[in-house]
Design a binder for this molecule. Structure first.
Ligand code: OAD
Length: 269
C-alpha cells in the first residue's frame, strides 16, 4: 500500500508498535533533545535539499564559497537579497507561504508535556516557533532575522535596509541575513547552546534530516557514542538509521502525532 504521494505505508501494527517503543524511550529519558531537518517542513510545502524531489537533486548544489563571495562583495550580495525579496526563488517563495504542519505541532506538544527539552533545527523557516516551540536553536539561522557579524546582535528583517551593505547600530559591523551560508562559521551563541544541550542529552529524536551535515549531525553521533538511544522519524533510511534504537519510516506529521498520542497516554499512566 502507498498513500497519495506514493510513500509506502508501514503496516498498521508495525507502526503502532514502533510508535509505542519510541514513546517509551522518550518517557524514560531525562533530557531528550531533537534534531530536525528539511523533511519536517516538507508537508508545509517547503522543498527539501537532497532526495528525489530535493532542490539540489534537481538544480545542483550551491557554490561552497558563498560566504567568501559575500565577504568579498557584500554590496553585490545584498543587491541579490533585495532582488530575491521582490522576485522570490522557489525556496524563498515556499518559506514565505508556509505554515506549520502536524509534525511541528507535535514537537511543540512534546515540549509542553515536559518530554522534549530542546530542538536543534537546521531549518531557517521559523515554523517551529510559529507552532509554539520555545526551546529552539536554529543552527543554520532564521531567514526572518538579520545578524551582525561583529557582535552577533540580531534584529528582525522587516524593511529593506537603506544602507548597502547595512552596518550594525551597536558596533558598526557588517550585517547579513541570519541564514548561515556555505563556508560561514556557525554563530558562536547557537553552537554553544547546541553543545550544552547535546552534553545534557540522554536521547535524541531525529526528524526529517539526512544527518549528513556537520556540526548538526555530529551531536547525534556523539550522543550515540555515549550509549544513549537515538530515535529516527524520516521518509527514508539515512546514514544513521542502523544506530537508532527505533527508526520509523514515513511522514513526520503522521508519525510524530502518533508518538505524541502514546507519550500522553504513557505520561498519564
Ligand atoms: P535534506 O534535504 O538533506 O534531507 C531531508 C530528509 O527529510 C530526507 O532524508 C528525506 O527523506 C526526509 N523527508 C522528506 N519528506 C519528509 C517527510 N514528509 N517526513 C519525514 N521526512 C521527510 O535536509 P537536511 O538534513 O535538513 O544547510 O539538510 C541539512 C542541511 O543541508 C540544511 O540545513 C542545509 C544543507 O546544507 C545549509 O544550507 C546551511
Amino acid at each position: 500500500m502507498a498513500d497519495s504521494d506514493g510513500v509506502p505505508d508501514l503496516p498498521e501494527e508495525l507502526l503502532e508498535a514502533l510508535s509505542q517503543q519510541a514513546a517509551e524511550i522518550l518517557l524514560s529519558a531525562r533530557h531528550v533533545i531533537a534534531l530536525t531537518g528539511a523533511g519536517i517542513s516538507a508537508e508545509s510545502g517547503i522543498p527539501t535539499f537532497r532526495g528525489k524531489e530535493g532542490l539540489w537533486t534537481k538544480h545542483g548544489e550551491p557554490p561552497l564559497n558563498q560566504y567568501q563571495n559575500f565577504m568579498t562583495s557584500p554590496e553585490t550580495w545584498w543587491d541579490r537579497v533585495i532582488e530575491r525579496r521582490r522576485n522570490p526563488d522557489e525556496l524563498s517563495a515556499a518559506v514565505r507561504e508556509a505554515v506549520p504542519n502536524d509534525g511541528h505541532f507535535a514537537m511543540a506538544e512534546l515540549e509542553r508535556l515536559g518530554v522534549l527539552k530542546h530542538i536543534i533545527t537546521q531549518n531557517i523557516d521559523n515554523l517551529h516557533r510559529i507552532a509554539g516551540s520555545a526551546q529552539i536553536t536554529e543552527i543554520h539561522g532564521n531567514s526572518q532575522w538579520l545578524r551582525c557579524l561583529g557582535c552577533g546582535t540580531r534584529a528582525p528583517f522587516e524593511e529593506i535596509p537603506e544602507q548597502r551593505p547595512p552596518r550594525c547600530d551597536d558596533c558598526g559591523g557588517l550585517v547579513k541575513t541570519d541564514t548561515v551560508m556555505f563556508g560561514e562559521p556557525i554563530p558562536r551563541d547557537a553552537l554553544q547552546t547546541c553543545i550544552q544541550e547535546s552534553d545534557l542529552a540522554d536521547c535524541i529524536l531525529l526528524v526529517g534530516t539526512t544527518a549528513v551535515v556537520s556540526p548538526a549531525a555530529d551531536f547525534a553521533w556523539e550522543i550515540h557514542s555515549r550509549g544513549h538511544p537515538l530515535i529516527e522519524v524520516n521518509l527514508d533510511p539515512t546514514v544513521i538509521t542502523d544506530r537508532c534504537q527505533v527508526a520509523i519510516h514515513g511522514k513526520a506529521g503522521e508519525i510524530m502525532s502518533r508518538i505524541v498520542d502514546k507519550v500522553k497516554r504513557g505520561s498519564t499512566g
